[in-house]
Design a protein around this ligand. Structure first.
Ligand code: HCA
Ligand code: CU
Length: 383
């Protein structure tokens, strides 16, 4: 069964200006745990004392989810993660040739030595620790370097190799696609007698993060990284709700995730990140299950399937209809039925005229306003 790693609290906090206080991190983790997320990446304890404290608190909270700490390939980062009591540690170190030369000023072998020593050290301190090694920018690094570093990491005790598309470079159906990359990597590792779990971490720079992650899943990735609202560096990563729904509805993955908790989670994260959920955001956006054009509404009220490929009740939501200049008679009828109000066809027509006029001012008529409009139209019938 594919596992989900949520990194809202680590990668998500790398969104410029986003910071979650410790008690908010706890509230977010509570919801992630209730939803059934397998791994919660809580932060990189080396970054600030507050993050250190938050990872410490979360790791000791007794969640069903494993709490992960992020660490550079340095003993002092690993020590902090261990001190926090993290059950999972993600160690990253790029083996891209230019990065080795320009940033780390190391050759591949000494980089691998460092990775191996740190992983071995971590595993010795706590044999139960799950260790993930990520050759950062995996997909643009020389493949032989990735294989060599990954094999060495697994031999030193890494349980998971994560394929990071750090810059959102991959594209399905092209030469550089996640399916082939992961299939090739699994093969190469197997040839050396290694079968670590494979994770996939996809950035959204070209808007392809989810498509790439699903390609990775099809190729056998066992852990997929995501975050609430896709928060993360630059354009962020895979959106958690979209990933969960795609796995369930497109790939028929049976898990016991409590998807009805997604909306409260998104509202919480949005509030404290200071980033509103866009109205047209899939699954959790205000308009995700709202029909607007009269033609759509007419069909959707008979049977929502005409204009929906997802059942809103999966996430505890309902279908809705917006009232504006696009509306038709069935839109008004639907709304009055919802309000339990009586009407004649003539009244519907008169209300619709007003709704269209208001819609042209660039707003929708909500149920409150609709009630006033009904009163108005009843009292002042057009002659
Ligand atoms: C980072 C980069 C990272 C790391 C992923 C990982 C990426 O912010 O440190 O450690 O698995 O995209 O490569 O998020
Ligand atoms: Cu990342």
């Amino acid at each position: 069964m594919v596992k989900i790693l949520d990194t809202t609290l680590r990668e998500g906090e790398q969104t410029p200006g986003v910071y979650f206080d410790g008690h908010i991190k706890l509230a977010i983790a509570d919801l992630l745990d209730e939803i059934g997320i397998d791994i919660i990446e809580a932060g990189h304890p080396m970054v600030t004392p507050e993050i250190h404290e938050a990872v410490y608190q979360l790791a000791r909270h007794g969640y069903r989810a494993k709490i992960a700490a992020h660490a550079r390939s340095l003993q002092r980062d690993v020590d902090l993660a261990l001190e926090c009591g993290a059950q999972f540690i993600g160690i990253f170190y790029s083996v891209a040739s230019e990065r080795l030369g320009q940033v780390f000023r190391k050759d591949l072998n000494s980089a691998i030595d460092q990775i191996v020593n740190v992983i071995r050290y971590a595993k010795n301190q706590n044999p139960d620790l799950l260790i993930r090694y990520t050759p950062e920018d995996t997909v643009r690094s020389p493949f032989e370097n990735v294989v060599q570093a990954s094999c060495a990491a697994v031999e030193a005790g890494a349980d998971i190799i994560s394929v990071a598309d750090t810059t959102g470079f991959m594209a399905p159906g092209t030469e550089h696609n996640m399916y082939d990359f992961i299939a090739r990597l699994k093969d190469a590792l197997a040839q050396s007698g290694h079968q670590p779990m494979i994770a996939v971490h996809c950035h959204n720079d070209r808007g392809l993060a989810l498509a790439n992650a699903l390609d990775g899943y099809r190729a056998g990735a066992e852990i997929i990284d995501a975050s609430v609202l896709g928060l993360g560096e630059r354009a962020g990563i895979v959106d958690l709700a979209q990933l969960l729904l795609a796995l369930k509805e497109v790939f028929q993955v049976q898990n016991n995730c409590r998807l009805e908790k997604l909306l409260p989670l998104y509202q919480l994260v949005s509030q404290y990140a200071g980033l509103p959920i866009p109205d047209n955001f899939p699954i959790v956006g205000q308009n995700a299950f709202t029909h607007c054009a009269g033609v759509h509404t007419h069909a959707a009220v008979q049977n929502p399937v005409h204009y929906q490929s997802l059942d809103p009740s999966l996430v505890g939501r309902n279908m809705s209809v917006a009232l504006d200049h696009m509306s038709g008679i069935s839109s008004v009828q639907w709304a009055l039925d919802q309000l339990g109000l009586e009407y004649t066809t003539d009244l519907l027509k008169r209300i619709l005229i007003h709704i269209k006029q208001i819609g042209q001012k660039g707003r929708t008529v909500d149920f409150h306003e609709l009630k006033h409009l009904v009163e108005w139209c009843k009292k002042h019938p057009l002659k």
